[in-house]
Write a protein that binds this ligand. Structure first.
Ligand code: ZN
Length: 201
């Protein structure tokens, strides 16, 4: 048994709510690969301007140099220069990231992808759900509910806004458990699921 497969690529997904340590865990794995002298390339969406344009920074101030991209397709331009690909904030890179990740993994690359699995409404947040379906390894990180201390799976928005994403506004959110989470639509309904599908088209 090896720790990881050999002579093949694969996909790892690290997902969970905000404040659950996803970026920290991503940085930890990427650093281990760097220590093993593997060629590492790290990406994030240009949209995510929090903290620093050219490095990943976790909430606990760990940093690692990164490349900012407008589109997931740009990651393919680096295919020849790395064996391990890290992607942070996958929810900002759209459904294109699914095809890009599958292609790179099929070409023998190790893909490590971190992102939100649900949005502030508690609904699946593409592309992470589809990445989970095609990944070999899944880690779900949990935060701690600010209201009661239970493990927190949800990201509660605590300001009023009609936007799906409030970029760089960490103070507009807090982690909550299932019991304390108050989504804008109270029921996890089929109607919500269908409207998500429409947004994608
Ligand atoms: Zn709670």
């Amino acid at each position: 048994m090896f720790d990881f497969p050999r002579n093949t690529g694969w996909i790892e997904v690290i997902c969970g709510p905000m404040f659950s340590g996803k970026t920290e865990e991503l940085i930890r794995r990427l650093r281990r690969a760097q220590i093993a002298r593997q060629r590492v390339a790290i990406f994030k969406a240009i949209l995510d301007t929090r903290y620093d344009a050219d490095q990943l920074v976790s909430h606990s101030q760990q940093t690692i140099p990164s490349i900012s991209v407008k589109s997931a397709w740009e990651i393919l331009n680096h295919a020849k220069h790395a064996d391990v690909f890290g992607v942070d904030e996958a929810q900002f890179l759209g459904v294109e990231l699914i095809e890009v990740s599958a292609q790179l993994a099929n070409d023998g690359k190790r893909m490590i992808i971190a992102g939100l699995d649900t949005d502030y409404r508690g609904l699946p947040f593409e592309p992470v759900p589809q990445l989970l379906a095609i990944a070999e390894y899944i880690t779900k990180t949990l935060a701690i509910c600010v209201q009661c201390g239970n493990p927190a799976k949800f990201t509660q928005r605590i300001v009023e806004s009609a936007d799906l994403i409030l970029v760089g506004a960490a103070d507009a959110y807090e982690p909550r458990c299932r019991r304390c989470f108050r989504p804008p639509e109270p029921v996890y309904s089929l109607k919500n699921q269908l409207s998500l599908g429409e947004i994608k088209k």
